[in-house]
Write a protein that binds this ligand. Structure first.
Ligand code: ATP
Length: 325
């Protein structure tokens, strides 16, 4: 197939926001301009695309955003884009604005939408993985995950001080609807005694027995990290209190984990992936995601990226439990 020369590209952020999206936007805009392309920002994700919220961006449009969380392009979830009429409207806006390619910064859902634009009209789209859950197939890391883990860890370290001083059991709920990535990472980094994630069954009776046994051995505080999609921290805490007779406290970390200044790792990842996404479009790549595997950036088929990621959670889980002795 003849490759159409790319002169003008669109850029949008979609799905949940995460730290590092702005660093990626900055990288895409400046690399594209450096390579002689025009860049249009599409505001509010696919919904903004349908509504024609398209504005040219220049190198100054992205000044001083590198260190900020969130996304200057705003983001949204669009049910309209999931329908064919919505997708057709989006395609018309793409044509009206003379876009030759699109870069989509987002998670798995956003890539499903991007993949459809290629399947239906062979419109070239490159996805950049950005989600705090690090659950995208074909990449070791996603933008935002490192910062989210560090934010949760910062909170857990503080809670540990109180847990130790008051000799209490704390049940801490972290983000992760379908994946236990954040819970596993902070469980390990924060020295949690146990974690509950949707990838594995948990047993409250066993957990309560461990707490009682630990107490007899002189263990005075206990931290259990729960991924939001696996269980309700309040329910877990209630059950543990009933079964052990010990007081429990619940902390739900919530949206603090999505915001804040991106870590150095996230800024570097976002900058590298954004730059590569532009290069891929110029080189005639389409229907791909920029992924990072063993520190190398590679092109991953979007059809592969949207498949469920297989991760070995058992090895890290066992380590957490052994270290909680
Ligand atoms: P996060 O992991 O942070 O939730 P995400 O990209 O997975 O990010 P979603 O809400 O799943 O977030 O998807 C973002 C948007 O992508 C949706 O609101 C919708 O507009 C579009 N999208 C998702 N799934 C599809 C689909 N099957 N077909 C077309 N568009 C889709």
């Amino acid at each position: 197939m003849k490759i159409k020369k790319i002169k003008r590209i669109g850029l949008l952020t979609s799905g949940g926001d995460c730290p590092g999206m702005n660093a990626c936007i900055r990288s895409v805009v400046r690399i594209a301009i450096f390579k002689g392309l025009e860049v249009c920002g599409i505001f509010k994700g696919y919904q903004g695309l349908i509504e024609g919220q398209v504005k040219p961006l220049n190198r100054r449009s992205v000044s001083n955003i590198l260190s900020y969380g969130g996304t200057i392009l705003k983001t949204a979830r669009s049910s309209e884009f999931k329908s064919l009429p919505g997708q057709k409207r989006a395609k018309s806006v793409i044509e009206e604005n003379g876009l030759d390619g699109l870069i989509v910064i987002g998670g798995g859902g956003s890539f499903r939408g991007a993949h459809l634009l290629w399947q239906r009209w062979k419109f070239p789209v490159i996805g950049v993985p950005a989600t705090i859950d690090n659950d995208i197939n074909g990449t070791d890391s996603t933008i935002g995950a490192d910062t989210a883990v560090n934010t949760a860890l910062y909170a857990i370290d503080k809670i540990r001080d109180t847990a130790t001083s008051l000799e209490r059991i704390f049940v801490i709920e972290v983000m992760g609807r379908e994946t236990g990535y954040i819970a596993l990472q902070v469980g390990l980094a924060g020295g949690a005694e146990d974690i509950i994630i949707s990838e594995r069954r948990y047993n409250i009776d066993k957990m309560s027995a461990d707490i009682r046994a630990g107490h007899k051995k002189g263990k005075v505080s206990w931290i259990i990290v729960v991924a939001e999609g696996a269980a309700s921290a309040a329910e877990v805490a209630g059950k543990i209190t009933r079964k052990t007779g010990f007081e429990t406290r619940v902390t739900v970390l919530g949206h603090v984990q999505r915001g804040g200044s991106p870590s150095a790792d996230d800024r570097v990842l976002a900058t590298r992936l954004g730059a590569k996404a532009v290069e891929f479009l110029i080189a005639g790549q389409a229907d791909k995601m920029v992924g990072v595997v063993d520190s190398r950036i590679k092109a991953v088929d979007l059809s592969y990226a949207i498949k469920k990621k297989k991760v070995d959670t058992e090895t890290l889980y066992k380590l957490i439990r052994i270290l909680a002795l």
